[in-house]
Design a protein around this ligand. Structure first.
Ligand code: 3PG
Length: 398
């Protein structure tokens, strides 16, 4: 991974049109934004550009409209949210490119913001279409990518556009890439990775890339059910991913070879369904009608001890079905322990992934980590050691 062409703080942006690629792909239910984390995250960047008297043109996608207009996925409702937090004029353009959008981009005043309609309403975006990217590029004097979470997509507003206008990596993007680089290259040891979620196949890349550099991997969430099952224990009706025997074998072998401890739950919370009360059980005592929905006390205790011994922790994937109080204790305790040690023992703590961030927010720990990434796929792919097109495009060839 090379050095990023970062936006120079001293660059004179007075009256300059700045195309800012952001990720406003926020969860919206019945017209209401459920989680504003991604909006809040880009506010300092936009405010900074407002202070510099730039004309800010925001490009984002929302959902996956597959190149068609879908009013449920319009970015328009976000205009008023931005207006409230930015304390500046924010205009909306029903077109995301073309003469009308271009006109608006020219007419806004320094320090004002223009939000363009969902870029994925145009099929050319995902096709990384050159003419489309050129049209987009004409709306600005410079382009800044502040959407790390979209940088794994070789799309026109992330990748191709950078070839047609002076392009830079924003502060957030640089920060996020820097943190992941630190994790994958030279983390402070000992390092523990707490990996959860439902699918082991989606995390194997990270494990393979990090196993040589870390001291402990803790497997939690539904993923752990595969390991419990592989040990020969009954997992009842619990979620598990089929045909993963070789993947599991490979993880166990890799851990042994690289002297990395592998911890799986020794006790769990089971229930008959997601709405019923939980019961604590050892993993050798699970009934055929049980559903594993969280980790148990002894496992939580062990994880906390490992966190206490670690200097760096990476957390991706909740420990259980934290949306229900009865099954939230594992994730809650992990979030609180990491927060406590980040504050009092200078633990370097990084978390990422939609569900993990939701859990951290729910338990009031959003200020307790060294870094929390709101990216999903991009976070995982960079941790896997892959090249991300949006990042590659902004690297300086030295
Ligand atoms: C995300 O939510 O991870 C980003 O906005 C990218 O969205 P996508 O997976 O639809 O490309």
């Amino acid at each position: 991974m090379g050095k990023l062409k970062a936006l120079d703080e001293n660059l004179n942006l007075n009256n300059k049109r700045v195309i800012l690629r952001v990720d406003l792909n926020v969860p919206i239910k019945e017209g209401r934004i459920i989680d504003k984390s991604r909006i809040k995250k880009i506010v300092p960047t936009i405010k900074n550009l407002i202070d510099k008297k730039a004309k800010i043109i925001l490009i984002s996608h929302l959902g996956r409209p597959m190149g068609k207009i879908d009013q449920k996925l319009s970015l328009k409702p976000i205009t008023s949210v931005l207006k409230d937090v930015l304390n500046s004029n924010v205009y909306f353009s029903n077109e995301s490119y073309g003469p009308a959008a271009m006109e608006k981009s020219k007419n806004i005043k320094p320090g004002e913001v223009l939000l363009l309609e969902n870029i994925r309403f145009n099929k050319e975006e995902e096709l990384n279409d050159k003419s489309f990217a050129i049209e987009l590029s004409k709306m600005g004097d410079i382009y800044v990518n502040e959407a790390f979470s979209c940088s794994h997509r070789a799309h026109a507003s992330v990748f191709e556009i950078t070839k047609h206008v002076d392009s830079y990596a924003g502060k957030l993007l640089c920060e996020e890439v820097g943190v992941i680089k630190m994790l994958t290259n030279n983390p402070r040891k000992p390092v523990v990775c707490i990996i959860g979620g439902s699918k082991i196949s989606t995390k194997i890349g990270i494990i393979n890339n990090l196993v040589k550099k870390i001291q402990t991997i803790v497997i939690v969430g539904a993923m752990a059910n595969n390991f419990i099952n592989q040990k020969g224990y009954n997992i009842g009706k619990s979620l598990f991913e089929k045909n993963q025997e070789n993947v599991l074998k490979n993880i166990i072998e890799q851990c042994k070879k690289n002297n990395c401890d592998l911890l799986i739950p020794e006790d769990v919370i089971v229930a008959k369904n997601h709405k019923s009360q939980g019961t604590l059980k050892n993993i050798n005592n699970i009934d055929s009608s049980d559903l594993i929905l969280d980790i148990g006390d002894k496992t939580v205790q062990k994880i906390c001890e490992i966190i206490n011994k670690s200097k760096t922790v990476l957390w991706n994937g909740p420990a259980g079905y934290f949306e229900e109080e009865a099954f939230s204790l594992g994730s809650n305790k992990i979030a609180k322990k990491i927060t406590e040690n980040t504050k009092n023992r200078s633990l370097t703590s990084v978390a990422g992934g939609g569900d993990t961030v939701a859990a951290i927010n729910k338990f009031g720990c959003s200020n307790g980590f060294t870094y929390i990434s709101t990216a999903g796929g991009a976070f995982l792919e960079l941790l896997e050691g892959k090249n991300l097109p949006g990042i590659k495009a902004l690297e300086i060839n030295e």
